[in-house]
Design a protein around this ligand. Structure first.
Ligand code: SF4
Ligand code: SF4
Length: 269
């Protein structure tokens, strides 16, 4: 079973909840954890992975101008991404469309491979696979596809996926084939609004969703959707996270609440 922990916006406690759920699930099930928040992966930091192993480098095709160039300027005119300046191609801006290669009559443009991301694996009592996007690169969705492919090899009973915040391409790559999405919301207007958009996105992909309120009591708010479980607001949580203490391992009311949530989620397996 594939379970994704997602949120309509960042900063609502998604990763601190998903790390705890991964650990709790690992006690009863054969699991693999996936960190698909490839712009800001932090599962490995929370679990303090020491033995990370590079599984794969992801490349994309960009172009470069070679010494055959006579500076006719045709490629500058055709590039829709302003990626060519002073007859040099900026690999970060180059989208790899190949138009410059097609228009050049002097064989002066050639494709090259550029590293766009990396897939890593660590063992934290269970396998953890995560991706990291190279600085300045787009293409998170592609990196996520590779993470999922590596996770599949473990043939785990349960996959716990820490998804990216928002409703864009990385979120869609993460949730399109999961069995259950756990949506984290906090009692603020912006979080509720973003959660509504997230729920619509999940509905579109026919993914069952459960809404978990985090930081209950921080603010009074009426939710326009059903809350499956609430985790109380606790001022000690930032300190626990800073000290890399998983919420489920702490001596706090948050810990008890996450364990209750886990017991409820087990019913879905
Ligand atoms: S089209 Fe070819 S020859 Fe002309 S400027 Fe571009 S690379 Fe140089
Ligand atoms: S491949 Fe496309 S985006 Fe890249 S420099 Fe050439 S025309 Fe521009």
């Amino acid at each position: 079973m594939k379970i994704a922990v997602v949120s309509g916006k960042g900063g609502v406690g998604k990763s601190s909840i998903s790390t705890s759920l991964a650990k709790l699930f690992s006690k009863d099930f054969n699991i693999v954890a996936l960190d698909c928040d490839v712009d800001a992966p932090n599962f490995n930091l929370m679990f303090d992975v020491k033995d990370k192993r590079l599984l794969e480098i992801i490349y994309r095709e960009v172009y470069k101008i070679n010494n055959n160039c006579i500076k006719c300027g045709k490629c500058l005119e055709i590039c829709q991404f302003d990626a060519i300046e002073d007859f040099k191609i900026n690999p970060i801006l180059c989208e790899g469309c190949g138009a410059c290669e097609l228009i050049c009559e002097f064989n002066a443009v050639e494709p090259i491979k550029r590293e766009s991301g990396y897939i890593y694996e660590g063992f934290v009592g269970f396998p953890l696979i995560w991706g990291e996007l190279e600085v300045g690169e787009s293409g998170s969705g592609n990196i996520i596809e590779h993470i999922k492919r590596h996770a599949k090899k473990h043939n785990a009973e349960v996959e716990i996926i820490d998804g990216p915040p928002g409703i864009g391409c990385p979120l869609i790559s993460t949730v399109k084939d999961v069995d259950l999405a756990i949506c984290i919301v906090e009692p603020t207007k912006s979080s509720v609004n973003d959660c509504l958009r997230l729920i619509d996105t999940l509905k579109f992909f026919n993914v069952e969703s459960l809404i978990i309120e985090n930081k209950k009591g921080m603010n009074n708010i009426q939710y326009p959707f059903k809350i499956f479980h609430s985790i109380p607001f606790d001022l000690d949580v930032p300190k626990l996270i800073a000290n890399k203490i998983l919420l489920c391992d702490s001596n706090s009311k948050v810990s008890e609440s996450i364990k209750e949530l886990y017991e409820k989620l087990k019913e879905f397996i």
